[in-house]
Design a protein around this ligand. Structure first.
Ligand SMILES: Nc1nc2c(ncn2[C@@H]2O[C@H](COP(=O)(O)OP(=O)(O)OP(=O)(O)O)[C@@H](O)[C@H]2O)c(=O)[nH]1
Length: 613
């Protein structure tokens, strides 16, 4: 790329040096074509292929390139020349596309002046379209609606545009019609970015004020911050202060994205770039924090900072106890790069030594578990994910716990509170009945119901724990894939919650305990023991499985004893078949945990989650 810092700032002093900068993001519901459109824009601006080469271009700043370390997607700096010869710098900032990361999305949007809001012309407005649009509105951004995929035979751009107007109040006539696939509408989009998105404001001479919207850890450079400079100027050797962390650092290097990290001289108001300042701990440099001058400070930090806070917890245990240290080292490594992930050692009577890990949501949990297994070659048992409960004890003490094993006995509890979310679901009207029933089963309370053409937006308040595991799958299957959902955290509400313990062979398995609403204890207890009896392999003796509350047994089932040997089936001596069976048995054992003489497979730990009615 030929665009450098100087393209924008060189020449005689410009009265408005940022007039030729546009900072924007693309937001959309999943699969509405964000990546395809971004690639098409890159191609049009001559940067195609460079995004794929990102790993190499990162070389410009010497970074660790160890196997398994994926460097986050960086913003991309592009050069756009209009037909009249005017040249502009575009900073296209990527946003994560999942509700677990909505806070990160909102900070990335805060680094922009505008967004392209994509809507798939064959699907129309979906739940994430609405939530993302509101994040953009909250950040006072200019929204350019783009009706995408108009090349599709099923495209109905008129109604997609109408839905945007009806649901979000974005005027339909301003929508650009486009296709990331065929390239239709791309020139119009680029012109709209110049015309409609305002240039970034800010005084380069004011005290420094820069918003951190992303970061990653590098073994050589320490934490690299992705920043949007709102006021002031920053260069190497400057003393800086992270306002919420309350810590001072000295800037090592600054630069821009081109794509990749290119070292530059300075970053000033309006610019998007990166900073390395010898920061060793990613906890000190959290997304949403404000960087200011150490000696010349801005009056107020950028508003809306929230420390990364895990909301879903689960125990992770190595199936092989020998792997404990390996797991700890891997967790430490992942944590270096992820301020939102937490872990602490935990001991379970049933599972031995492991870690209680905190995540932003289930997707985040899945990503981390998968990386541990794939990149670090670990075999893990994960306990059921749980939310954080707030318990007021009879002695007035309040404590928070996310571990059902630690939940106090009923006689010590005055009150329990659980987190709620505001859930919005978008679906065709034909499925409203069954979806409302599902939401009722999940203890949801309806807030609003809006008709948008032939579709309906339902807004519910629901306990977070109720949608944690299989809710999304159930919603999709009930609506034949047509419903979409998104949510935000609402805070705590009182709930009549009980702890259900599970006993296998007359022993309580602490790692299987669950917290459940009073109205569901019996049905859930029943389901868990039945499922457990199904998945626990038969033994030489019958194994009782029981669900208990305190001393009271609420459900029981029995794993029947073996009747015959598994090999007995293939007498006649087909050796290869025998081998296959033995191998199958061996595989099945990989993720089991021995309890006394009974082996419990990973599936059993997840049985507690299938609350399906
Ligand atoms: N016909 C048509 N298909 C498109 C267009 N844009 C994207 N697609 C297809 O739609 C699917 C999703 O496109 P992506 O660009 O991956 O969508 P995305 O929004 O980035 O998806 P996530 O990254 O998963 O959120 C892919 O199969 C694309 O090939 C388009 O303009 N026309």
């Amino acid at each position: 790329m030929s665009a450098t810092l100087k393209d924008v700032t060189a020449g005689p002093p410009d009265p408005n040096p940022t007039a030729r900068i546009r900072n924007f993001s693309i937001i959309a519901h999943v699969d509405h074509g964000k990546s395809t459109l971004a690639d098409r824009i890159l191609e049009k601006l001559g940067a195609m292929g460079e995004r794929d080469k990102r790993d190499q271009t990162l070389d410009t700043l010497e970074l660790e390139r160890e196997r398994g370390i994926t460097i986050k997607s960086t913003p991309i700096r592009l050069n756009y020349v209009r037909d009249n010869g005017e040249s502009y710098v575009f900073n296209l900032i990527d946003t994560p596309g999942h509700v677990d990361f909505n806070y990160e999305v909102s900070r990335s949007l805060a680094a922009c002046e505008g967004v392209l809001l994509l809507v798939d012309a064959s699907q129309g407005v979906e739940a994430q379209t609405i939530v993302n649009a509101y994040l953009a509105i909250d950040n006072n951004l200019e929204i350019i609606p783009v009706i995408n995929k108009i090349d599709l035979p099923a495209a109905d751009p008129e109604s997609a545009a109408r839905e945007l107007e009806e649901v979000i109040g974005i005027p339909a006539e301003g929508a650009v019609r486009a296709s990331g696939k065929s390239g239709i509408g791309i020139p119009e989009i680029l012109e709209a970015v110049v015309e409609r998105i305002p240039p970034p404001p800010g005084d380069p001479a004011a005290p420094l004020k820069a918003l951190i919207f992303d970061s990653f850890f590098d073994a050589y450079q320490g934490v690299i911050l992705f920043v949007r400079v709102l006021e002031g100027t920053m260069k190497a050797k400057d003393g800086v202060r992270l306002m919420n962390a309350g810590k001072n650092f000295e800037v090592d290097k600054v630069g821009t994205f081109s794509p990749g990290l290119v070292v530059g001289e300075e970053l000033s108001a309006g610019m998007v770039g990166w900073v390395a300042a010898g920061i060793k701990d990613i906890q000190d440099a959290q997304v949403g924090d404000t960087l200011t001058g150490r000696d010349r400070q801005t009056d107020e930090a950028f508003p809306g900072f929230k420390p990364a806070q895990p909301v879903v917890f689960s125990g992770l245990y190595p199936t092989d106890t020998e792997d404990y240290r390996k797991l700890r080292d891997a967790l430490e490594k992942l944590k270096l790069n992820d301020a939102a992930f937490s872990f602490e050692p935990e001991t379970s009577e049933a599972l031995g030594f492991g870690f209680r890990c905190g995540f932003l949501g289930l997707l985040h949990a899945e990503i981390i578990q998968e990386r541990l297994e794939r990149e670090y070659d670990l075999d893990l048992i994960a306990t059921a994910p749980a939310v954080v409960y707030r318990v007021t004890l009879t002695n007035g003490e309040i404590f928070e716990t996310q571990n059902p094993a630690e939940f106090p006995t009923r006689d010590r509890i005055e009150m329990v509170e659980e987190p709620y979310i505001k859930l919005s679901v978008m679906l065709p009207e034909d499925y409203v009945g069954p979806v409302m029933q599902l939401l009722q089963e999940r203890r949801g309370a309806m807030q609003t119901m809006n008709y948008v053409g032939k579709r309906v937006e339902l807004v519910y308040e629901v306990p977070f724990a109720e949608i944690l595991y299989d809710f999304h799958d159930r919603l999709k299957s009930i609506s034949r894939g047509y419903a979409s959902m998104d949510y935000e955290q609402l805070g705590y509400r009182e709930g009549d919650l009980r702890k259900v313990d599970i006993m296998v062979n007359n022993e309580v398995i602490d790692a299987l305990a669950v917290i459940v609403h009073e109205t569901k204890t019996y049905s859930l207890g029943r389901k868990i023991v039945d499922k457990m009896a199904e998945v626990i392999p038969r033994q030489m003796f019958p194994v009782p499985v029981q669900a208990v509350i305190g001393a009271k047994i609420i459900a029981r089932a029995t794993v029947k004893a073996y009747r015959k040997d598994v090999l007995a089936k293939c007498y006649g001596g087909d050796i290869s078949r025998k081998k296959k069976l033995l191998e199958k048995q061996k595989k099945g054992r990989a993720r089991m945990k021995q309890f006394g003489t009974v082996e419990v497979p990973q599936e059993a730990f997840l049985a507690v989650l299938s609350t399906e009615e």
